[in-house]
Design a protein around this ligand. Structure first.
Ligand code: ADP
Ligand code: ADP
Length: 228
């Protein structure tokens, strides 16, 4: 579903963030990109939705070379959740979720109905949380809204960049477990960046273990940990 072939990224200042990277992510797989800060995980991820352009190699999504896909059209097929999800502060949670759908051309009534389903899906009761404003939510709840919004267009691919990195450990573990359940139900193809090895093990069908600018190991968590 996502294929990197000899991909490199050199930023304008000369920094080589990723060097000759190849990776194959099967449909429905959740792959965690794990490793210390600065080794190219975020760069890898942002090349998939063309927020960053590779300087060499080729990236395919669903069999298509994304260099030839319009970035706006591409991003409709790829949900994106970052560490601090940006919600519109003056819109309710329901509107924040429904707005994405309206932008995609869904009629208002249907968009709001679907937004309620999405909130429910991520464990936020729509009656309670739909009318609230972002500042009335906990950090974990805001991240849930971010996930709901990323799922709005029902994209086959999700990119998640430390989505639970800024929430406290107890809430994080709950979010992780619920995300695993959600992933089992929805079978999205997911790239999930984290520097937390436990999170990578807990969530990943496969782990891509990074060293500076490259993937040093790509395998199941059991194999990476050396367990039978
Ligand atoms: P990670 O996600 O593993 O922390 P990044 O992909 O963010 O790694 O960064 C990889 C390397 O690229 C780092 O050395 C970082 O400083 C550098 N880098 C990231 N973004 C830019 C940029 N826009 N311009 C120049 N260098 C960058
Ligand atoms: P998180 O996503 O951060 O884990 P929780 O769902 O655990 O958030 O809830 C965080 C806070 O919101 C808790 O203090 C909890 O009491 C409150 N809360 C959770 N669900 C509801 C609800 N349905 N109505 C009112 N408050 C709620």
């Amino acid at each position: 579903m996502i294929r990197f072939e000899g991909v490199g990224k050199r930023y304008a200042d000369g920094t080589v963030a990723v060097h000759d990277l190849s990776l194959d992510v099967a449909e429905g797989q959740l792959v965690t990109l794990v490793g210390p800060s600065g080794c190219g995980k975020t760069t890898t991820m942002m090349m998939v939705n063309r927020l960053v352009e590779p300087t060499s190699g080729r990236i395919e999504v669903d069999g298509e070379d994304i260099a030839h896909v319009d970035p706006v059209a591409l991003r409709r097929r790829i949900g994106y959740v970052i560490q601090q999800v940006g919600l519109f502060p003056h819109r309710t949670v329901l509107d924040n979720t429904a707005t994405v759908l309206s932008l995609l051309g869904t009629k208002r009534g249907r968009a709001r109905e679907r937004a309620r389903e999405l909130l429910d899906l991520v464990g936020l009761d729509p009656e309670t949380f739909g009318p609230r404003y972002p500042h009335q939510l906990s950090g974990g709840q805001r991240q849930r809204v971010g996930v709901a919004r990323a799922l709005a267009a029902d994209p086959p691919v999700l990119l998640m960049d430390e989505p639970f990195g800024a929430v406290d450990p107890v809430v994080r573990e709950r979010l992780q477990n619920q995300f695993v359940d959600l992933q089992r139900r929805l079978r999205k193809t997911v790239l999930f960046v984290t520097h937390d090895i436990e999170e990578a093990v807990r969530l990943g069908d496969r782990m891509a273990v990074y060293g500076p600018g490259r993937i040093e190991q790509f395998d199941t968590p059991q194999t990476v940990l050396g367990r039978p």
